[in-house]
Ligand binder design. Structure first.
Ligand SMILES: [Zn+2]
Length: 249
């Protein structure tokens, strides 16, 4: 089986993978799935034109998850117009194996998601199969209720049953990290939050959004819904109610 040399992301890491896996149905289907989900998430308000991102591992039963190829959405492409050919394919160590072709004006040169280093961290530390980064208004608003709060907590909410390891009577705790000027600068604080909250499957970023991961894309999507619905469930909070009313103006 022919090996494909990986282009180093940082000039140091170089990996290789089989050409057959790179051209497999699993990779093609994952590219299509991400473009479909981007469109759907755009319509849900979870991602904006260029804000937010999705990554999913190209699943193959014969390959352990840590060694599976990573498919990642690009930066700077309108989410509702994403197509499979826009996707990047990365080796598990983050080296680029396949990149989209440049498009004519007014499109900018292809660029992988700015969330790349954070996605890789979630893959490495949590053995995730998929990670969703959303700029959804609910995820921003719950971080604004108390600007000094380091956590979002909720319990007695049916939707949190969708979060791994949680039942109706459990308390869901999602850590909140502070935003930075550039997405990649969040990597270290995301890693620290994952370490400090081993049960958490999401990290909120104040005034910015949320990173949610799961064993599979279905699991990651279900958990995103659970957290967003949980945030809506807090609408009895007069401050959140007021903020939500502003967001719908
Ligand atoms: Zn973002």
């Amino acid at each position: 089986m022919a090996a494909v040399p990986a282009v180093a992301m940082n000039g140091v890491k170089v990996g290789s993978t089989s050409q057959a896996y790179l051209e497999s149905k699993a990779v093609k289907d994952t590219k299509s799935l991400i473009s479909d989900l981007c469109r759907q998430f755009y319509n849900l308000g979870w991602v904006s034109g260029t804000g937010g991102s999705i990554t999913i591992k190209a699943h193959d039963d014969s390959i352990p998850k840590p060694q599976q190829l990573i498919v990642m959405s690009p930066s700077g492409v309108q989410k509702e117009r994403m197509v499979p050919e826009d996707m990047y394919v990365l080796s598990p160590d983050g080296s680029f194996l396949s990149e989209p072709a440049p498009k004519p004006y007014p499109h900018k040169a292809p660029k992988c998601s700015d969330c790349g280093p954070l996605f890789l961290k979630a893959y490495d530390m949590c053995n995730a199969g998929a990670v969703i980064h959303s700029h959804g208004m609910e995820s921003c608003l719950v971080t604004m209720l108390n600007p000094s709060s380091k956590e979002f907590r909720i319990t007695h909410m049916e939707m949190i049953k969708g979060i791994k390891g949680h039942g109706y009577y459990d308390e869901l705790v999602v850590p909140i990290i502070e935003n930075t000027a550039y997405e990649f600068e969040l990597t270290e604080s995301l890693a620290k939050a994952i370490e400090a909250y081993p049960k958490a499957t999401a990290v909120l970023v104040r005034n910015h959004g949320i990173y949610v991961w799961g064993d599979s894309w279905i699991n990651a999507k279900t958990q995103t819904i659970g957290i967003f619905m949980g945030a809506f469930g807090n609408q009895h909070d007069p401050q959140l109610d007021w903020l939500l009313s502003l967001s719908s103006l």
